[in-house]
Each structure stands twice: as structure tokens, then as C-alpha cells.
Design a protein around this ligand. Structure first.
Ligand code: SAM
Length: 451
């Protein structure tokens, strides 16, 4: 693997950079695999592969080897997310900077696809509101899929340009900007990315990062927390952006104490001394990553947000719904075409405000659709973390589970009607059992294609 000489030269004076160890670790071919468990969907499917817990993130494990995740049914049920270890440091920053004060917080993940940070945020802020945004339409589909499988009802997925958030001045308590970058931090995992790296692209990314941050900062509350990260080693995309945030945007850098034995390198930006954290793969068990945290000092006016009215189910629809799935306490419902969705009642006003400014791909959990006099239960309900104790559940073995996830024909002993299939304690989706056959309702677009 030939690393770009311009990058190696540019890093030679950067704190923590050790060229020989850095080159060696890139030649080694070592692959680090880590997962983060979904604490709301306990599962032991990979337990034999656990090597050690991640020091900086709860529920996260290094694995001894990389299994074929596609053939683990609970992976499709959202029991864990395969996530790069360094990036899970976000959890530690949140613990240090927000602690357990998570209820009532409005959180934005601005650059969210495919959803690693958003799934983490929706676990951490399980009693907050998480808006997960992706500007590129084609990438927002995988974001919806991953967050649907993760199953938290407090998530809104949007597909907007950072500029569109200007209508939501001072709305968010926490904004995470995991910015698009030149990607040098992922060279070990994805050597093909080396071909695309250039000094020009670093400059281009740096300018785009400033533009994204400038667009989104008005949406952060006074005293709100900004977490900025990249998977680039380039100072132009890391410490220089931190300097720019302090000098041009009046943000206050937030220092955080990190245990020395984690080998994360703390840096100070050249002009302002703003704190940042660098992850080098020769020092930590993870890929290249940079992250820094800031507090917004400037006051925001308290605008009166517009609210879009949401449509409520009619009485007969509500009765149909109630008969199939009684709405748990603390949740409200609204309609979107024929679908009935459930959302935390305490965030309904916030949802109306978001709906007036943004293009919402998904909000909360779809319970089902009304078709004539019937309610067709939704896959979102099946894989949500909501209570399913009143629903009919059938436990299947691994072969049956994979057959189901391939959307193939199933043979099962099950009572006639709608049944939830469960494997390893994790719900996978619906089947409709008829007297002479079983209809497989697994979403066609998510089915396993490999045999
Ligand atoms: N946070 C994600 C995760 O943890 O899975 C990874 C995000 S990736 C580093 C950066 C994302 O920013 C990509 O999904 C990309 O499509 C998006 N992006 C690209 N250009 C953007 C722009 N101008 N504004 C906002 N986001 C952009």
C-alpha cells in the first residue's frame, strides 16, 4: 500500500504522527472489527466472538474475527450495528459533556448516512428527540433502513441541505457534524480510497466543511453543543476548522479529559489552542478519526416556529388500531396517507415544527396501514423497540429465519392470522398465516440476496 507522499509530508509536524509506525500499520493488513449492541434488543448471537469491550463506548465490543454478518438473522433485526471503533468515541464525549441530562434534548445528526452516529445518538438520547439528516437522496434510503432496524421511536429522518435548517433557528441542543472529508483515515480499511486522495481535494473538503458549519450553526441554541468530526488526518479539515469555528463563529472550544492509556492524541489548534482528538491506527485499535467539541456562545432569538398540522386518525381508524395494537402510554399518533404512525407525545410540537421546515422521510414508528376495514401491520412496528407483548409471536430456528429474510416460502406451525417471527429473542418481521399457506411480509428491498 503506497500512501500519498504529500500526505505523509504534510503530517510530519503534526502532533502524534509517527511516520514509520503509521506506514507499518497500513502495510500490516490488520483489520479491526467492532460492533455496538442495541441495548433495547438484547441478543447473544456474537458472544463467542467478543474479544474485549471498547474503552470509550458502552455496549461496544471488538470482535476476534469478522463474521459474515449477512447470515446472522439478528443483524437484520437491529440487535447490533457494525461500527468503526474510533468513531464510537462520540459516546464518551456525550457522557463527559451532557452526562445523563438527555430528556427533552433536541439532537441533530446533520451528515448521517449510513447511520452509525445516528444509531448511537438514538440510544444515548433514548428520551430525547433525534433528527437524522442526509442531504444525498440515494444515501437517505440506507439511513432509513438502518434506523428502522434500530427501532427507536424518537427519531426523525430528513433529506435536506444544511441551508434548509436556517428556518429552525436555535432549535437544537446538540448538533453533530460528521463532515464529508478527504477520507485518509479510512485508507487501511479501504485502500482504493488512496487513489481518490489529493491535496486539491483536501482544500475542497475544507471549504465545504466551513460552508456546512456556517449553514447549520444558526440552528444551534445558545450554550448548545457542537461536535465536529472527520475521518481525515489533514490539519486543514481538522484543527484549522476548529480555529475557524472559534475565530469566525464565536464558538468556545470544550476541553475533555481522556485517559492517557487510550493513546488518543489531544491536539491544540495553532491559532486558538482549540482542543481536538486525533486517532491514529498505530496508536489505537481503530481507524483514523478527528473530533472536537464546542459550545455556542452567541445568543439566538427565540423565534416563533411555524407548525405544520399533522392529520389525526379518524375515530374508526383509531378504534381499528386500538384493537390491533393499543397505543402505549406517552405516545401520540398521526396519519401519513394510509399509514398510522406513532411518535413520543412530548415531541409532537417539535415534529410539527420540523415538518414545516424540512422534508421528512420518516418520523417515529409506522404501526400499520388502513386498507378498508383491515389494518395491515407495518414492518417498522415489527422491528421497533416498542412493547410487543400483546402481539402473536412465533419463534423460528436459524434456517427458518434466513428463509424468511430471503423472502422465500416458509413452512411453520403457527396460528392463523398475523404473527411476528422472532429469532434469538429479536423480532424479524411479519408473516400472515392463512389456512393453506404462509405469506412472507419481509420488505422486498431489504431481503438477503445471497444463498
Ligand atoms: N455520520 C455517518 C455515520 O456515522 O454513519 C457518516 C457520514 S459521512 C462521513 C458524511 C456524509 O455527509 C455522507 O453521507 C455524505 O453524503 C454527506 N454529505 C455530503 N455532502 C454534504 C453536504 N454538502 N452537506 C451535508 N452533508 C453532506
Amino acid at each position: 500500500m503506497q500512501l500519498p507522499v504529500e500526505l505523509l509530508a504534510a503530517l510530519s509536524h503534526v502532533k502524534g504522527f509517527d511516520r514509520s509506525a503509521f506506514e507499518t500499520v497500513h502495510q500490516s493488513g490488520e483489520q479491526v472489527t467492532s460492533i455496538r449492541l442495541n441495548p433495547f434488543k438484547p441478543s447473544e448471537s456474537l458472544k463467542d466472538l467478543y474479544k474485549s469491550p471498547l474503552p470509550w463506548c458502552s455496549y461496544a465490543w471488538y470482535l476476534k474475527e469478522r463474521p459474515f454478518f449477512t447470515f446472522d438473522p439478528v443483524f437484520h433485526g437491529g440487535a447490533y450495528y457494525v461500527q468503526e471503533a474510533s468513531s464510537m468515541f462520540l459516546w464518551y464525549l456525550l457522557q463527559q459533556l451532557t452526562g445523563t441530562a438527555t430528556a427533552g434534548k433536541n439532537v441533530l445528526d446533520l451528515c448521517a448516512a449510513p447511520g452509525g452516529k445516528s444509531t448511537l445518538l438514538s440510544t444515548y438520547f433514548a428520551d430525547g428527540l433525534v433528527v437524522s439528516n442526509e442531504v444525498i437522496k440515494s444515501r437517505s434510503a440506507i439511513l432509513v433502513e438502518n434506523l428502522t432496524k434500530w427501532g427507536q421511536p424518537n427519531v426523525v429522518v430528513t433529506n435536506n441541505d444544511p441551508d434548509h435548517f436556517s428556518k429552525l433557528e436555535g432549535f437544537f441542543d446538540v448538533i453533530v457534524v460528521d463532515a464529508p472529508c478527504s477520507g485518509s483515515g479510512l485508507f487501511r480499511k479501504d485502500p482504493a480510497a488512496i487513489e481518490e486522495w489529493s491535496e486539491q481535494n483536501v482544500q475542497h473538503c475544507s471549504q465545504r466543511q466551513e460552508r456546512i458549519l456556517a449553514s447549520i450553526l444558526p440552528a444551534l441554541k445558545e450554550d448548545g453543543l457542537l461536535i465536529y468530526s472527520t475521518c481525515s488526518y489533514s490539519v486543514e479539515e481538522d484543527e484549522r476548522i476548529a480555529d475557524w469555528l472559534v475565530l469566525e463563529k464565536d464558538m468556545e472550544s470544550l476541553p475533555v479529559t481522556v485517559p492517557a492509556e487510550w493513546n488518543i492524541v489531544q491536539t491544540e489548534a495553532e491559532q486558538t489552542g482549540a482542543t481536538g482528538f486525533r486517532f491514529y491506527p498505530n496508536r489505537v485499535k481503530g481507524e483514523g478519526f478527528f473530533v472536537a467539541a464546542f459550545r455556542k456562545k452567541t445568543a439566538t432569538t427565540a423565534p416563533r416556529y411555524k407548525e405544520l398540522q399533522l392529520v389525526s386518525p379518524t375515530r374508526s381508524e383509531a378504534a381499528l388500531l386500538q384493537a390491533f395494537y393499543p397505543i402505549p402510554e406517552g405516545y401520540a399518533t398521526f396519519k401519513q396517507q394510509e399509514a398510522i404512525r406513532l411518535f413520543p407525545a412530548s415531541y409532537m410540537n417539535a415534529l410539527r415544527q420540523l415538518a414545516s421546515a424540512l422534508y421528512i422521510k420518516k418520523a417515529g414508528i409506522e404501526i400499520g396501514s388502513i386498507k378498508g376495514k383491515d389494518l395491515i401491520p407495518s414492518h417498522e412496528l415489527a422491528v421497533s423497540i416498542l412493547d410487543k407483548s400483546g402481539l402473536r409471536v412465533v419463534t423460528v430456528d436459524k434456517d427458518q429465519a434466513l428463509q424468511y429474510l430471503r423472502r422465500k416460502e416458509l413452512r411453520l406451525e403457527a396460528p392463523v392470522g398475523w404473527c411476528l417471527l422472532q429469532y434469538g429473542g429479536v423480532c424479524l418481521g411479519w408473516v400472515k398465516v392463512l389456512p393453506n399457506r404462509i405469506n412472507n411480509y419481509y420488505p422486498a428491498e431489504w431481503r438477503i440476496l445471497k444463498d
